[in-house]
Design a protein around this ligand. Structure first.
Ligand SMILES: [Zn+2]
Length: 214
């Protein structure tokens, strides 16, 4: 069985991309055949079902680029005095958080918090999950604003013991060591809900890495 060595399962392809060469697999949805070559007819992700001997392409539902005013969900990966660096994993679309195929990088500048603070690192910490709004149409890193009560940190952990912090009267309290921490908190702060969302992403990624449906 000869396969296009460049095309892996789950790989993103464009219309006209050669995805298989040979006679062992049939064409499924989103593909067409010329001779013994199968091509993608759409933008999507390649899948193979080896039991049914079929190759198909699942259309891409997730947006590839993010736009101004998109609400996105990400994780803080570094913080300096004036900038927090965020890895964006989800975009809020059709009333739900849709995972991006690949995470994008984002930045929150200290001027985008909706309140004046001396240093950003006192209000956003590495590992926080935050909801932000994209401020300009541009390429990554996307500039994010937290200037709305909806936006800000939606899940955070205690800097001392690592337990999930609980929101009480606009403050975050550790249920384990009773430490009180400050953040720019979103009004929909909910560690359970948002951590679950990130966990589901991890499960999906791991399944993808081991070959998915193959
Ligand atoms: Zn603690």
């Amino acid at each position: 069985m000869k396969q296009n060595k460049n095309i892996k399962n789950q790989e993103l392809v464009l219309p006209g991309t050669l995805i298989y060469e040979g006679n062992d697999l049939r064409t499924g949805k989103g593909t067409f055949k010329v001779g013994n070559k199968i091509y993608s007819s759409i933008v999507g992700v390649v899948k193979r079902n080896l039991k049914k001997k079929i190759i198909y392409v699942v259309p891409l539902k997730e947006p590839i680029v993010l736009k101004k005013d998109d609400i996105v969900l990400g994780e803080v990966i570094s913080v300096s005095n004036s900038i927090a660096q965020v890895r964006i994993y989800f975009v809020f679309k059709d009333r739900k958080f849709t995972p991006l195929i690949e995470p994008f990088s984002g930045l929150v500048h200290i001027s985008q918090l909706g309140r004046r603070v001396p240093v950003i690192s006192d209000f956003i910490k590495v590992g926080d999950r935050i909801l932000g709004k994209i401020t300009v149409d541009f390429y990554p890193p996307y500039s994010l604003s937290l200037d709305s009560r909806l936006l800000g940190v939606v899940s955070a952990k205690c800097s001392i013991c690592g337990a999930s912090l609980i929101k009480k009267n606009r403050r975050l309290i550790c249920p384990n060591c009773e430490r009180v921490e400050q953040r720019i908190i979103s009004e929909i702060y909910d560690t359970e809900k948002f951590d679950l969302l990130f966990d589901s992403l991890k499960v999906k990624r791991e399944a993808g890495a081991t070959g998915g449906e193959e």
